[in-house]
Design a protein around this ligand. Sequence first.
Ligand code: C5P
Length: 245
Amino acid sequence: MTTSAAPAPAERLFVALDTPDADAAAGLAKSLKGVAGGVKLGNEFFTAHGPAGVARVAAEGLPVFLDLKFHDIPNTVAGAVKAALALKPFMLNVHASGGAAMMRSAAKATAELGNPRPLVIAVTVLTSLDDDDLRAVGVRPPMVDQAVRLAKLAQASDLDGVVCSAKEAMAIRGACGRAFRLVVPGIRPIWAAAEDQKRIVTPREAIALGADYLVVGRPITEARDPVAAARRIIAEIASPESPEP
Ligand code: C5P
């Protein structure tokens, strides 16, 4: 498990490039180089453009969070992780609900690479689910208990951290300790529109609640000046006590 010190403010911002347009994604990655900590590429981009598309964005020089949320039998996940490692991501992820053996196989496949190796993190409970959705799949609420249970399982399975909502970050931090990485999406600066995100927090709040990395998409990618928007968010991460920039 990785136990290095907290990353610098700019390194904590990952920009979600949720676009099917590879030119746009590569262009944004280029303009954010030296500004943001990295970019996040997910299933939408990967299904459209595959490893070649990821390699093209990565060639712009920013670390890549490969958000493919693997969830399958341990042997298949190990194979998928090994294939993903060829893309040299900074971070990749699996679903914690795939179980301990599956997570261990992902950790083992990554560890075999030696150092440096990507961080391997787990999705706890998707933030699109509510308590009724949990009940419907046989899980007893409250949500936070399930998120903490899965985070502890991920930690015991040698993963580096989890993706979680800011709402559950403090409880997970308390259960899993300082070195466990918390990656938090659903971020909206006060100057940005909420769009479809419901359980949102500002960058400042996410940091205060214990996030290590913030995943921010549209407030940056749809801003008139994405670089300026990213810089504004990093300023907020750097000095969470100062007035809103
Ligand atoms: O544009 P926006 O800032 O809402 O983008 C957030 C990103 O984080 C998207 O890529 C979304 O898929 C992802 N995400 C999320 N909530 C989760 C997990 C991932 O919003 N629970």
